[in-house]
Design a protein around this ligand. Structure first.
Ligand code: EPZ
Length: 419
């Protein structure tokens, strides 16, 4: 297990290339199960979550090749049960259910446990599969879905906390080979859902409305191989925008889609950071004083839950009283206790973090917990006095491609220590 040591106080300047999206690549790699023909996916980030997905595909019988950011998958013959010991490590593996159900009419996956950001149910996924005609059996910690045939249906995927991203992906991947028309109401509108739909359409699927809350799918008999480049990772980009706000002078993010970043750019601009963009870059200048903010996380196009922890780190060092309400994963505050160990003044009131800014945080040994909480601690360390030591760095490596190298390329002073 590595640890990361951040020496605070270095200013960030320059430009950084953003990687392909983890949360787009994962369902797209699962979607390659829908055809016997080879698929070529490019701009796949080098992350442990991606490695887990490729291992699952191999264990299911797929031929998998990876050459730097390009992954080729050929699912000529596939098993329909994913190995427990890998699935339990990554909730996103649940998104192999939809393509296996679509292609083989059955699939078995271990039920994703909870994790530090809260309960991770899949009731909406299963509701969608049942609507398409599948029987769902939960036994021994596994969920098995099977259907003699899949028929199109009208399905509402809106739950108590809004829609479901992977649930929308899963139902879409089962419906593309169902007989007839499927309408998904209350669909997740995230760009990653739209990116998956664009890949499925290249494979021969007939899908309209992806990226909106109503997706219409006309089932087809079979799908063929396709090539696809994954969209930029808007959460990695948002994380680097917040890093620039915390420790920057001037930082430019390259190979991004600014349209996917509006929910993060707007509050930062409102707080007084100078932000400009072109077709595929965004620049943030951290000059002058900045205002506190009141935010709430919402499904896309609202402020992303995956950026909540990073924003807490920024607001902990912003004058005034800020507040962030977490509507998607109300327990997603593992980072708060660690930020308080660094001197942050944060009070949790239910699902709202009330943050009173302090001038400086002080470096301390802190514990990484979930992917985004860990990134938030690295960001806090950029401007804290002294050294911040972040243990269990494997959490960060799940979702950020060489975050330490990228930040050091901007002028940060970060060491990775093998222990
Ligand atoms: C995706 O998870 C992302 N992961 C998460 O990013 C992200 O936080 C989340 O969407 C919300 O944007 C991937 O795309 C791999 P949901 P997902 O189903 O699809 C509830 C990261 O840091 N719900 O949209 O699993 C659920 O409990 C990760 O990169 C049900 O109630 O999330 C949550 O409160 C973390 N029943 C809300 O909906 C269900 O059947 C949104 O969950 C499914 C979800």
């Amino acid at each position: 297990m590595d640890k990361i040591i951040v020496h605070g106080g270095a200013a960030l300047n320059g430009s950084v290339r953003i990687s392909g999206s983890k949360n787009s690549a994962l369902p797209i790699l699962a979607a390659t199960l829908l055809t016997k023909e080879p698929c070529v996916i490019s701009r796949v980030p080098d992350l442990s979550d991606i490695h887990y997905m490729l291992t699952i595909l191999s264990e299911l019988g797929c031929e998998v090749e990876r050459a730097s950011g390009i992954v080729t998958v050929k699912a000529e013959k596939v098993l329909t049960e994913a190995p427990y010991d890998i699935v339990r490590k990554m909730r996103a593996s649940v998104c192999i259910l939809g393509p296996l159900l679509g292609r083989e009419k059955e699939a078995t996956v271990s039920l994703p446990g909870g994790c530090v950001i809260g309960d991770r149910p899949i009731d909406l996924h299963l509701r969608g599969f049942e609507a398409l005609g599948a029987a769902v059996r939960v036994q021994g910690g596994n969920v098995k879905v099977l259907a003699p045939e899949l028929k199109g249906a009208t399905i509402n995927l809106r739950g108590k906390f809004g829609s479901t991203v992977l649930g929308t992906d899963n139902v879409m991947m089962a419906a593309v080979l169902a007989e007839g028309t499927t309408v998904i109401d209350g669909a997740a509108e995230e760009p990653e859902v739209e990116d998956l739909a664009n890949f499925l359409i290249k494979m021969g699927a007939r899908i309209e409305g992806a990226g909106t809350r109503r997706i219409i799918i006309e089932g087809v008999k079979e799908l063929h191989g396709a090539e696809h480049e994954v969209i930029p990772d808007r959460i990695e980009a948002g994380t680097f925008l917040v890093a620039a706000a915390i420790a920057g002078k001037e930082v430019t993010l390259k190979r991004v889609d600014p349209a996917h970043l509006q929910a993060v750019i707007e509050p930062l601009a409102h707080a007084g950071y100078e932000i400009s963009n072109g077709k595929d870059y965004v620049t943030l200048k951290a000059n002058g004083s900045h205002k506190s903010l009141t935010l709430e996380t919402l499904p896309y196009p609202g402020f992303p839950t995956d950026m909540q922890a990073q924003m807490c780190a920024l607001l902990a060092m912003t004058n005034g009283v800020s507040a962030i309400t977490e509507n998607v994963f109300p327990q997603r505050f593992m980072h708060v206790a660690e930020l308080k160990r660094m001197g942050a003044n944060i009070e949790l009131q239910g699902a709202t973090a009330v943050i009173t800014g302090v001038d400086r945080l002080s470096g301390a040994p802190v514990m990484a917990s979930d992917l985004r909480a860990s990134a938030a601690l690295v960001l806090a360390g950029l401007k804290a006095d002294g050294m911040t030591e972040i243990n269990r760095v494997y959490h960060i490596d799940r979702g950020y491609e060489s975050i330490d190298d990228k930040l050091n390329g901007l002028g940060a002073q970060i060491e990775r220590v093998k222990i």
